[in-house]
Ligand binder design. Sequence first.
Ligand SMILES: Nc1ncnc2c1ncn2[C@@H]1O[C@H](COP(=O)(O)OP(=O)(O)O)[C@@H](O)[C@H]1O
Ligand SMILES: [Mg+2]
Length: 316
Amino acid sequence: MRFLKKGDDKKPKSESGSEAKGHPDLKVISGSQISGRQPQQQAPPQQQQPQNITLPNIKYKIAVASGKGGVGKSTVATNLAISLANAGGAVGLMDADAYGPSIPTMMGIQEQPKVSPERKLIPLVRHNIKLMSIGFMVPEEQAMIWRGPMLHSSIRQLLSDVEWEELDYLIIDLPPGTGDVALSLTQAIPLTGALIVTTPQDVALADVRRGVAMFERLGVPILGIIENMSYFLCPHCNEKTEIFRKDGGKNMSERFGVEFLGQIPLDAEVCTAGDIGVPIVAGHPESPQSEAFGAVAQELETVLAETGDEDELTIL
Ligand SMILES: Nc1ncnc2c1ncn2[C@@H]1O[C@H](COP(=O)(O)OP(=O)(O)O)[C@@H](O)[C@H]1O
Ligand SMILES: [Mg+2]
């Protein structure tokens, strides 16, 4: 794995020298090495061909994407993962947002993963979810500047060098937008599909359009759209107020002919829960907010079951 960090020229804070900035099993190289590299000329031809990582023990590999940041993608990914686990699934959550890994904070865990005798990283476990994040391996305060090849190899490492073992679901939290990570991911593993998170406003929906188009181009099925921050649920009287536009995600899913998986309320508890590292579905599983996430998880299960049936029909 290769990555550049802001202040690469500065001495790292660690005691054990320049190689010890991050996880010992990650190779850190300097910026000049990266800029001097010309992959087109130097890499042997087989390295230019992406090699699929199959992960046969993971039933559903699902990317959570959004056209832009701040729509609640990581919040949805964490709470959805826990909802699926509460329904009996074995669930892994991979934080592929190299620019702003927020899964460690949201899940309330910040440790370096241990390494198995087979030299694989062992996922951390929190709220009954197996977790892996770039954020576990580099100090949080160090902002990172990543380039395409570094992102590509970090994504492959999070998939193939991690002891995920048997899982029903691997939920993959992507960085916002339609960039390199989505491309690397689709080149690395056969994704079951992608979930698109959006808010109801027009501006977010324009980004959804781009996200849907990207996955279609990459041949990844869109499993559905999840509308976050759909309405404000008054904690006193339970009245719903549609702060942003009404039903934008729903209308969009109809226009694109993709499933609409449900609406999540805008709610202070949802935000606080993420900040303190106990997602609302883990801390308050009976709350209306958690029920909304549970309903989305159920819809997703239905979509996946139907997709599975179609596969079977095709095979027969
Ligand atoms: N439904 C919601 N209600 C209240 N706050 C939310 C909700 N969804 C997300 N947030 C908050 O909005 C901010 C951005 O959410 P985040 O999940 O990090 O977005 P993204 O991953 O798309 O960048 C966070 O502070 C989060 O706690
Ligand atoms: Mg995020």
